[in-house]
Design a binder for this molecule. Sequence first.
Ligand SMILES: Cc1ncc(C[n+]2csc(CCOP(=O)(O)OP(=O)(O)O)c2C)c(N)n1
Ligand code: SF4
Length: 225
Amino acid sequence: MSSCSLHVLTNDDDRTFTLSDYEGARARWCPGCGDHSVLAAVEKLLSAEQLKPEDTVFVSGIGCSSRFPHYLKTYGFHGVHGRALPVALGIKLHRPELAVFVVMGDGDCTSIGAGHWVHTLRYNPDLVVLMLDNGIYGLTKNQTSPTTPQGVPSNTQPQGTILPPLNPISLALGVSNASFVAQTAEFVPAHLYATLRAAFHHRGLSFVRILQRCPVFTRGSLPRR
Ligand SMILES: Cc1ncc(C[n+]2csc(CCOP(=O)(O)OP(=O)(O)O)c2C)c(N)n1
Ligand code: SF4
């Protein structure tokens, strides 16, 4: 039986789910990519909470991080750049008993999807929203995103990123009705897991910014903490 009373999710049959029950296709992120750590922590959470794979949905946009649903054996929706939140909201409104997780990159969430981000925070639906923040557009190979640190060169701003970065945490905290806003890092596994667990048990929208290494493009210049 799941210990979570917030989501209408109980393991009401005899099955026990192990980590392998949640593992999907072999992850094809680059070696050393922080997305691997997030996936491992999420699989651990799903198993610890004994979520039924058929009652669990991962929704993403487009980006390296948005490949997430492919790597899990739950339901998944690999959507359109910046549009994961409206898709997830639609699923949750229609099937409130499902556990709905959203995975977005920093470009996905804070640039093209910024309007959806702000207004979904305001409506505060019961979603777990993970923003994997590597401070760059990874999939499209190294363009400045709103969280790229000032001065860091990219393909779109080769002389160095011009503006100071947007702070996703202060922005989220400034939205009326935001109910759970947290920051963690994929390279601090215990803190990552504890944050994911707290986010899952929160009733309402849990927004979690996860600082994430992209060894291919950011060369150590993580987004500002
Ligand atoms: C409407 C639209 N605009 C632009 C793109 C191109 N595009 C795909 S992914 C991406 C950025 C990905 O960066 P981010 O969201 O930070 O995720 P990451 O790849 O770093 O995980 C862009 C610009 C697209 N697919 N669709
Ligand atoms: S380009 Fe960066 S973010 Fe994308 S898979 Fe490779 S290491 Fe990860």
